[in-house]
Structure formats: C-alpha cells, structure tokens
Design a binder for this molecule. Sequence first.
Ligand SMILES: [Zn+2]
Length: 81
Amino acid sequence: MLKICTTHRTIMKPDINGVVIEEIANGRPYKLWLADVWTCGRGCRVALTAYAPAAEHYQEDYAKFKANAIENGTFLFPTGN
Ligand SMILES: [Zn+2]
C-alpha cells in the first residue's frame, strides 16, 4: 500500500517508527496507541496507528506504559478532537 500526500502528490516515507500517542477523550486520558510517523518530505507528517491500542485507560499498566514511553523518548504527544 502506498501512502500518498494529497497536498504535494508525493509518496510518503517512514520517518519515525514505534512512537506512542495518547488519545484524550472528554478531557481525560483514554488510550495509548503505538504509531509510525510518515513524512511526504515537504513538511507534511502523519502518524499511523496499529490496529489495536497498546493500552486502555482502565488497565492497570496504562500509567506505567505511558511513563516508560516518556522515559525512553518515544512518547510523541496527546491528541483528541
Ligand atoms: Zn505533503
């Protein structure tokens, strides 16, 4: 599957693999996603998640998983609508 930047009409390439993104819902931490960041090479970047979240807010290891990601530098950012 090709990932294509529709703004620049270029084929996107992998930029950073294995980052963690936190999904925020209703102002609270909701899910942690493992993602790969792709770039079009002209300034656009997109984070593509795995099929299932790495951790959900109700799971015991949620905070530990997030803390580990922050500690090892793979935590990218929180996001929400
Ligand atoms: Zn682009």
